[in-house]
Design a protein around this ligand. Structure first.
Ligand code: 0CM
Ligand code: SF4
Length: 314
């Protein structure tokens, strides 16, 4: 007899407080100023969110030089370095800063450690916008550490004057491995005042770990450049899922992934609208799976106020 099929959707999943705030910020800016509203980089790392805002009149640019003098520009949830703020001021741009407050918190920690003369080992991924923004706060004090292997090799000027910080969207377990390596080399290593990996990243990973041990297949909805979404695929595999794949939407699920699969887990990254997850659940139901059951780790009630530039206008 064939085993019973199961479709399990993780909670919390999808939008976090910082993403919701950033997306609403662009929507409000479009209402208040009318299109075009310029946005430096993707407001959040999700292809569908960006495409929908483009239809409504948002113009995404890679560099401030693409924004006309005097226009309004929104800074993305991942944060910007002080040099970007300075360039915007020089070019008379009106800025709305949608940096997530939990990223701003890491910027402040970096500034404080730098002011105390510490060398900061920033755990994160090269080229990620959040890492570029945080590093820009104190470039001469910050050294990037991308992995436990990097931690075993990194050179510091004075082992008694080192602190660590991290990107908000990393794997919790890998980050602790990296910190463990650092601490074994530098016993006086100073911790951040509070967790840098944010509540949303932690909750989504923990929720996946509850489901993954029994999953034959895990589907993570999220875009390729979304760090927290990509980490969920790794977490699912490490926690025992037999296979795990990231997709932008249900259309990217390959039929052969379903062969011999009885239990499917589904989740989504912090930048993913829930309609895309619903599309994935509908796909599995159309392919012989029962309606999904939700496994909830915890409730999330955090809401951030909109950026002050918009609140003033309101
Ligand atoms: O940092 P990451 O690549 O995961 O960004 P995202 O836009 O997918 O998710 C939310 C955030 C932040 C900061
Ligand atoms: Fe903020 Fe975390 Fe969401 Fe990033 S993933 S926007 S740090 S709440």
């Amino acid at each position: 007899m064939a085993a019973q099929k199961r479709l399990v959707v993780a909670a919390p999943r999808g939008y976090c407080a910082g993403v919701d705030r950033a997306v609403v910020t662009v929507e409000r800016a479009l209402e208040v100023y009318g299109p075009p509203v310029y946005v430096r980089k993707q407001i959040v790392h999700n292809k569908h969110v960006v495409e929908e805002l483009e239809v409504r009149g948002a113009v995404f640019v890679e560099d401030l030089s693409e924004v006309p003098e005097g226009a309004t520009v929104v800074f993305s949830a991942h944060g910007v370095s002080p040099a970007v703020h300075e360039e915007a001021a020089r070019r008379n741009l009106k800025t709305i800063d949608a940096t997530c407050p939990l990223v701003t918190k890491v910027h402040k920690e970096a500034k404080r450690f730098a002011a105390d003369g510490m060398q900061i080992l920033l755990i994160g991924h090269a080229g990620h916008e959040e890492v570029e923004g945080t590093t820009g706060e104190a470039p001469e004090h910050i050294t990037l550490v991308q992995s436990p292997g990097d931690a075993r090799a990194v050179d510091v000027a004075d082992p008694s004057r080192v602190a660590w910080l991290s990107q908000t969207t990393l794997s919790v377990d890998e980050t602790w491995d990296t910190v463990g390596e650092l601490r074994s080399r530098f016993p006086l290593l100073v911790d951040p005042p509070s967790d840098d990996i944010c509540y949303a990243t932690q909750n989504r990973q923990s929720a996946v770990k509850q489901i993954a041990p029994t999953a034959d297949l895990f589907i993570v909805v999220g875009s390729r450049n979304s760090s927290n979404s990509v980490r969920l695929v790794e977490v699912a595999l490490e926690a025992g899922a037999k296979a795990a794949h990231r997709v932008d939407n249900a259309g990217e699920i390959a039929p052969e992934w379903l062969e011999g699969v009885d239990t499917v887990g589904v989740t989504s990254g912090a930048s993913v609208p829930d309609a895309l997850v619903q599309g994935v659940l509908d796909f599995f139901e159309a392919n012989g799976f029962p309606p999904a059951t939700e496994e909830r780790l915890t409730e999330e009630n955090l809401v951030f106020a909109l950026p002050p530039e918009l609140r003033r206008l309101a």
